[in-house]
Structure formats: structure tokens, C-alpha cells
Design a protein around this ligand. Structure first.
Ligand code: OAD
Length: 248
């Protein structure tokens, strides 16, 4: 029996026995949809400097540069489709096993896959927010350079992507909702995250401290590898394909 077989079998047992399973995801779950991760060889932070693109100071200095980078990423997200992993997680929620998805991702692929209870810790790249009046609206298409930077349709002030940048606090409603879910959970399935960005990265530890278990699915070893009951180091699509063949 391959290690994926035995890992998936053990994971399916833990999921069936769990009373309140929560899924925690990062950019690795969307990598196979063609959306780049942040760290590692092909990661965004290997090619771009976060302090020039993802901080309030960067936006104040050059809103057009920041918006052009986000418009490029919006294009990637609009062309992407949810992966097997996104769809499996939605199916596990439908089956009543997964109760919530807490994501660091801003791409909306969990919702597009059918997940209902999704908590977005870092906002959404498909939403803009007015820097003056706070009005928020959905972005439906990729903007051309001439349309940027976006302005508020209500008050015409400068708008920004409705995402969390370095140095900014997480939206308090999402933060509290996530703490609530990790406090209730007896099992957390972690998928595609290095876990190095706080406070998100430490949230699964709440469940662990309460006596709950972690399943860790990540291409390479990460901060959860030593503390998870099960770790699968490989592609999330491979793991969920095998897992769902045992869950259905
Ligand atoms: P990272 O780039 O730090 O980690 C992504 C992880 O996914 C890596 O450990 C990869 O090994 C793994 N991975 C890649 N492809 C995979 C696949 N097909 N299947 C499974 N795992 C795979 O990205 P995040 O942990 O999401 O914050 O980063 C956290 C935060 O840092 C992001 O939300 C973003 C960033 O700065 C903000 O924008 C506020």
C-alpha cells in the first residue's frame, strides 16, 4: 500500500469520527488552478517586493502601480477554475462533515466550488473599497490600465483592493468568526499554506491546544509537519482525489 493510500485512509477515518471539522487553507490550494503562491521558487514574493505592492505605504506612494499588479492577479483569478481540492472541501461541507472553511486566500475559489461557510481572513481580491467613505463593491472583470486606479462610484475618492496588507489588522468580523470556528473544532484540515503569516498561521494551534487534531496537506514540510496527526507532503489534488474515493 502506498503512503498516500494509508494517509488517505487514516484521514478519512479522522474525518468520519470528527464532530466539528474545519478546513484552513492558503495559496497552495489554488496553485494547481494557475494562481501563484507567495513563497518558494515560483512564489510572488520571490519576484515582487511586498513593500512596493502590499503595504499601505506602497499604495500611498504609487496607487497606480499597486492597482496594476492587482488587476493582473484579478485576471488570473477570473481565468482560474476551482481545483479538485476546492470541490472536495465543498462536498465534505455538503456531507455535514466540514463545518467551516477559514482561508487566507483572496481568490474566492472556495465559494465558486460551492463552499458556503467561508471565512476570508485576508479579504477578497474581487472587491474594491473606498479609502474615504468605506463603500465596498464587487469587481466583475479585469480592468485596463486606463481605468486604474479605481475610484469610488459613490464619492469619487480613490479606491483600494479590499485585501489585508502587511502591517494592517485582519477584519475583526472574520478574525472573531475564525477564532470561534477553531475553538469549536476537534479536527482541522490544513491545505497549502506555509503557516508563517500571523495571526492566521497560529489559529490551528487553538484546536490543537483544546485536544483536537490536525491533518496537514502541503507540497513540502511546513510549520505543522511536526505537530499534525497526519501530514501528506504532495499535491492537494492527489490527496483529495484519493480521500474522496474513500469518503463517498
Ligand atoms: P505560501 O506561499 O507561504 O505557502 C504556500 C504553501 O503551499 C507552500 O508551503 C507550498 O509548498 C504549498 N503548495 C504549493 N503548491 C501546492 C499544491 N499543489 N498542493 C499543496 N500544497 C502546495 O502561501 P500562504 O501560506 O498562503 O497574505 O501565505 C500566507 C499569506 O502570505 C497570504 O495570505 C498572503 C501572503 O503574504 C496577505 O496577502 C495578507
Amino acid at each position: 500500500m502506498s503512503s498516500l493510500d494509508s494517509i488517505a485512509r487514516e484521514a478519512s477515518r479522522l474525518l468520519r469520527e470528527s464532530k466539528y471539522a474545519v478546513v484552513f487553507t492558503g495559496s497552495g490550494i489554488s496553485a494547481e488552478a494557475g494562481i501563484p503562491t507567495f513563497r518558494g521558487k515560483d512564489g510572488l514574493w520571490n519576484k515582487y517586493r511586498p513593500e512596493e505592492l502590499a503595504t499601505p505605504a506602497a499604495f500611498a506612494t504609487n496607487p497606480l502601480r499597486v492597482w496594476k499588479w492587482y488587476a493582473w492577479r484579478i485576471g488570473l483569478v477570473l481565468r482560474a477554475q476551482p481545483t479538485i481540492a476546492h470541490r472536495a472541501i465543498a462536498e465534505l461541507e455538503e456531507m455535514g462533515i466540514v463545518k467551516a472553511v477559514v482561508t487566507q486566500n483572496v481568490d474566492g475559489l472556495h465559494q465558486r466550488a460551492g463552499s458556503k461557510n467561508v471565512i476570508e481572513l485576508h479579504g477578497s481580491i474581487m472587491r474594491a473599497r473606498c479609502t474615504e467613505c468605506g463603500y465596498k463593491w464587487q469587481i466583475e472583470r479585469q480592468q485596463s490600465d486606463e481605468e486604474l486606479p479605481l475610484r469610488c462610484p459613490k464619492c469619487n475618492a480613490l479606491a483600494r483592493p479590499d485585501v489585508v496588507w502587511f502591517g494592517e489588522p485582519l477584519p475583526s468580523d472574520a478574525l472573531y468568526a475564525a477564532y470561534r470556528e477553531f475553538s469549536k473544532a476537534d479536527l482541522v484540515v490544513i491545505v497549502g499554506t506555509s503557516g508563517v503569516v500571523e495571526p492566521a498561521g497560529s489559529m490551528p494551534l487553538i484546536t490543537l491546544r483544546n485536544g483536537g487534531k490536525l491533518i496537514n496537506v502541503n507540497l513540502e514540510r511546513n510549520r505543522y509537519s511536526g505537530i499534525a496527526t497526519i501530514s501528506y507532503h504532495g499535491k492537494s489534488s492527489e490527496f483529495f482525489k484519493k480521500l474522496m474515493s474513500l469518503m463517498r
